[in-house]
Design a protein around this ligand. Structure first.
Ligand SMILES: *Cc1c(COP(=O)(O)O)cnc(C)c1O
Length: 383
């Protein structure tokens, strides 16, 4: 069977560079917070138009750390889509807050600004929760509608997080989500567009004070210069707040430095794969992806819709074409999240999409001939 995501092809391309990068870390021995970590943070920030980047243990912690820094807690509402990976709403109960689920736009799968506004007003009218944060998700790699989202957040005094775990590197009108969001978060889980060889994550931001607080939180709340340090004491053992342990391993940073160097080229290669799918499948699927006007997707997934989605999945499996379903059950329908609030009128778009979406093989090294085989297999189901 052909791979759904071909990490081996990428490894072959990078060749001895990865092994050399790992060997260098083994030689200097600074396995935690070594020089590659700071180097990676500098390059990540430069890549996506942020002043600063802070690496951490995974993309879920990257979402939780800013919530902790902003003192989000009990009685606070965090608005987010339901049609997303569990990590997006999961961080709300972590800090004692509640997720409020908002529907998605039917064309781009990203959070619907109109429904968001209605949900904020409904929460305000009810008066039980305080609206504090919006988490937008760059689902399948494409940017959410940030100009509208940031305008809504500014008007209501809310923080805006761009969950770019799937979309790191995406742009809207040539600008990265950082141009609109308070923070952008990402994940280096191996299957993400910019993946490590293990877990990792990062928070991007423009505010140096926030960076300092996040740096404290990722290392057990260690004292920072603005907390007032005691001269002669290691700040690691002076704790200014309750934090956590969320660091990116130096080895993963060294690997990511090599992968970041070719990431822009890979995004372009993914775009070519997406274009080929679009040309081959335009008329046989209910829907091929729509990217927001002026948007550039990183194509974390290539998701099409089909009326008989399960029939198509079975047909492709028989043809030895791997597929995946993102996401079969929206979060507000899952047991741990079923009792949290939803925007007015519920989430009909999220529920309909869950039954129709199917993701096809997508990676930067998918050869045209192999991809044409996938296209033929999909077309064969209809004809
Ligand atoms: C993968 C993912 C995350 C979490 O990343 P981890 O590194 O696995 O913790 C968060 N949000 C979205 C939308 C994701 O796809």
């Amino acid at each position: 069977m052909i791979p759904f995501i071909d990490l081996a092809a990428q490894k072959d391309r990078l060749g001895p560079r990865i092994d050399a990068a790992i060997a260098k870390v083994l030689a200097h021995g600074a396995y935690v917070m070594g020089p590659e970590v700071r180097d990676l943070e500098t390059r990540l920030a430069a890549f996506c138009g942020a002043r600063l980047a802070l690496s951490c243990a995974n993309g879920t912690d990257a979402l939780a750390l800013p919530l902790m820094a902003w003192d989000i807690g009990p009685g606070d509402a965090i608005f987010c889509p339901s049609f997303t990976f569990a990590a997006t709403p999961e961080v709300a109960p972590w800090v004692g807050a509640e997720p409020v689920f908002v529907d998605i736009r039917p064309d781009t799968y990203t959070i619907d600004p109109d429904h968001l506004e209605a949900a904020i007003e409904a929460v305000q009218a009810e008066g039980r929760l305080r609206p504090r944060v919006v988490i937008a998700v760059d689902l399948f790699g494409q940017p959410a509608d940030y100009p509208r989202l940031s305008e809504i957040c500014r008007r209501h005094g809310l923080k805006l997080i761009a969950d770019s775990a799937q979309g790191f590197g995406c742009t809207l009108h040539g600008r990265h989500p950082m141009a609109w969001a308070d923070v952008v978060t990402t994940s280096f889980f191996p299957a993400k567009p910019l993946g490590a060889y293990g877990d990792g994550g990062a928070v991007l931001m423009n505010d140096p004070d926030l960076w300092e607080r996040l740096d404290s939180l990722r290392i057990h709340g260690k004292a920072t210069p603005s907390d007032g340090m005691i001269p002669g004491h290691d700040p690691k053992y002076l704790n200014a707040r309750v934090g956590m342990n969320s660091r990116l391993d130096t080895i993963q940073a060294a690997i990511l430095l090599e992968k970041l160097a070719i990431f822009e080229e890979e995004i372009l290669a993914r775009q070519a794969v997406a274009d080929r799918y679009g040309a081959g499948l335009g008329e046989v699927c209910l829907r091929t992806p729509t990217v927001i006007a002026g948007g550039r997707s990183t194509w974390a997934q290539y998701v099409v819709e089909h009326r008989d989605r399960d029939g198509l999945a079975a047909h492709l499996k028989a043809a030895e074409v791997p597929t995946a379903i993102y996401y079969p059950v929206p979060m507000h329908r899952q047991k741990p999240y079923a009792s949290y609030p939803r925007g007015p009128g519920g989430l009909p778009v999220s529920e309909a999409k869950a039954n129709q979406v199917i993701a096809l093989p997508m990676h930067a090294y998918l050869k045209p001939k192999v991809q044409d085989g996938v296209i033929d297999a999909v077309r064969g189901f209809n004809g």
